[in-house]
Design a protein around this ligand. Structure first.
Ligand code: H79
Length: 589
């Protein structure tokens, strides 16, 4: 009798079919692989990459001395002549690759991706193809050599970011600011040879490399011919290197999905600064900064622990990887504030990470309620928002649930019927970031067709109400006023470029008592002055005034009975845009 039959026979379906990456034998970079073997190797490498689920992105270079954005600040916030001289002062004497690798391990990431060369052209390794590299700095130590060695010592998969646009290299046609400048004597074919030489050098010297992360492909000089050629060239050198979709031209903007065409090489999609949509058919990885900038910025505003964790579980729950970015300081250390946050993430994952690594997203798709992952016979629920009353109601599954357990402890109750799964846990036993519950099924959880979870009833008095705006961005439905009252933090009301005054008026349907507002303009941060007004007997009366809004703004005011409410933006740096405009009364929360 096989152990599997025995286990199921006992009614305790706890067979874990996880194929953890570390159990798969490493692949040799063999030159003699035939076509079929090569495809197997490539597919397996992508599966291993997906199983890692959580990585650390590192954006670093001489620009950290200025604290402005890498690449983009060249010729903008920092004059080109000055930017290009920064390397002469780049001397990160406190750089300790082992300390970074230890921190990465403490964070709970399974791989690391570092910028070998960003759009500014500076190379963090000792390249034989340019002098604009780390050996020209007072530091003279090869960062890629030290970091790749440390990663190997610490059992972390090592990856490399490489920008295909290079606003510094004389052969590349575009220049700063932001690719709007032009080089006097470009030679793109010669630049392509430079890219091939450098990426081969990286694979041969610091490999095996887990992932090659290209960027800057959107500029016109880069073509799909170059991209597809480079992709095949690199897979010849290291068949199991995983390469992102930005190697070629198929990427659709910042949502990062690939337009399907055989011309568009690349192993995975790359949503940037956003969580990708649920997708099990095409591998993807969201890259998101821990603060507001990619490279180091002093006093940068960091994401809270809750936001970091919720971003991770919503990403993994959508079947994607998360590449969380940090920007080390000019002295070589990762800023203590960032390091502390990373360790907090790692501590949380020590308790709850079993549902992250080696899992797939679903079967319950991410939503306001939270997200789910699965592996073998287990489903992991990451519940972020519980209904105000009653259990969390999930759609039914046909397989029997044989066990339910809260990974953080606590008494879980699960009722399984033909119409629903109802999950509850006492409020004081919930985790404020996400309560993690493991459901064990009689059959494989991955066989369940992914399902949407019905939305939680909204508490906001503006939800779904009639709304009008003074202005809508290009009159597009996608940015219409109702997007601010749809309880969907992924959609927003937007106004035209250059607008500095705007208003949003909501009809609550009947007179309601209101005393709290919630407004979310997230990273846009454009509002400088606003007022909230209620209409009483045809007169508009101001109940609240404010200056900036930003992310998750909330304020209370004296309870007032009204049917019509309006938000007036009186001053903004550019067209105001709001993800949500919600109102509550004393009776609601
Ligand atoms: O390295 C970090 C950023 O510096 C880099 N990617 C991450 C990983 C980055 N490069 N460019 N951008 C971020 C923003 C570029 C936006 C745009 Fe476009 C380029 C808008 C229009 C051209 C690409 C093509 C994105 C949308 C269309």
């Amino acid at each position: 009798m096989s152990s599997r039959t025995m286990v199921i026979g006992c009614g305790l379906a706890v067979v874990i079919q996880a194929v953890l990456p570390c159990l798969i034998a490493p692949v040799d970079a063999g030159e003699n692989l035939d076509q079929a073997a090569r495809e197997t190797v490539e597919k397996r490498a992508v599966r291993e990459f997906q199983a890692r689920r959580f990585g650390m992105f590192i954006h670093w270079g001489p620009v950290s001395l200025r604290g402005t954005e890498i690449g983009w600040s060249r010729g903008a916030q920092v004059p080109i002549e000055e930017y290009d001289q920064l390397y002469k002062r780049f001397n990160p004497v406190s750089f300790d690759a082992d300390a970074w690798a230890r921190l990465a391990t403490d964070t709970g990431v399974k791989y690391v991706v570092i910028t070998s060369k960003h759009h500014d052209g500076f190379c963090l390794w000792d390249s034989q193809y340019t002098d604009y590299d780390i050996m020209a700095t007072p530091f003279k130590r090869d960062i890629l050599a030290e970091l790749s060695d440390a990663c190997r010592r610490h059992d972390l998969n090592f990856g490399v970011y490489y920008s295909l646009c290079d606003w510094h290299h004389p052969d590349y046609p575009r220049d700063s600011p932001g690719g709007r400048g032009r080089k006097p004597h470009p030679d793109m074919p010669r630049y392509f040879e430079y890219v091939k030489n450098q990426t081969r050098e990286i694979l041969q010297r610091y490999g095996p490399v887990g992932v090659l992360w290209f960027d800057g492909e959107w500029e016109q000089p880069w073509t799909s011919q170059y991209g597809n050629q480079l992709y095949r060239f690199l897979k010849e050198i290291q068949p199991d290197v995983v390469i992102n979709n930005r190697v070629s031209k198929g990427r659709a903007g910042m949502q990062g999905t690939t337009r399907q065409s055989e011309l568009n090489a690349g192993d995975f999609d790359t949503p940037e600064q956003r969580i990708g949509g649920f997708n099990r058919d095409r591998p993807w990885e969201s890259c998101i900064t821990i603060g507001r900038q990619w490279s180091w910025k002093p006093h940068d505003e960091l994401k809270s622990l809750a936001e970091c964790i919720q971003t991770l579980v919503r990403t993994v729950g959508g079947d994607g990887n998360l590449l969380l970015n940090v920007g080390p300081m000019p002295d070589g250390r990762i800023e203590p504030r960032q390091a502390d946050r990373l360790r907090e993430i790692g501590d949380w994952l020590k308790k709850y990470g079993d549902g992250v690594y080696g899992t797939r997203g679903g079967p319950f798709k991410p939503g306001g309620w939270g997200a789910s992952t699965c592996r073998g016979h287990n489903i992991y629920l990451y519940v972020i928002n519980w209904p105000d009353e009653g259990p969390l109601v999930l759609p039914p599954v046909s397989s029997n649930i044989t066990q339910a357990m809260a990974l953080g402890g606590g008494g879980v109750t699960v009722k399984q019927d033909d119409d629903a799964i109802r999950v509850s846990i006492p409020a004081n036993e919930r985790d404020p970031i996400a309560t993690v519950i493991r459901l064990t099924l009689q059959d494989s959880a991955l066989d369940i067709e992914p399902m949407d979870v019905p939305r939680l009833p909204s508490e906001s008095l503006t939800f779904g109400r009639a709304v009008k705006a003074s202005n809508v961005f290009l009159g597009m439905n996608q940015f219409a006023a109702d997007k601010a009252v749809d309880d969907d933090a992924d959609t927003r009301w937007a106004t035209d470029e250059g607008v500095s005054k705007a208003s949003l008026e909501v009809d609550l349907g009947e007179p309601r008592v209101v005393n709290r507002v919630y407004i979310d303009e997230r990273q846009w941060n454009r509002v400088r002055r606003f007022e909230l007004q209620v209409n009483q007997n045809g007169q508009w009366r101001t109940v609240l005034t404010g200056t900036t809004i930003g992310a998750d703004y909330t304020a209370t005011f004296k309870p007032v009975l009204t049917r019509r409410v309006r938000l007036r933006v009186l001053e903004a740096t550019n067209g105001p845009t709001l993800y949500e405009f919600q109102l509550f009364g004393p009776a609601t929360r």
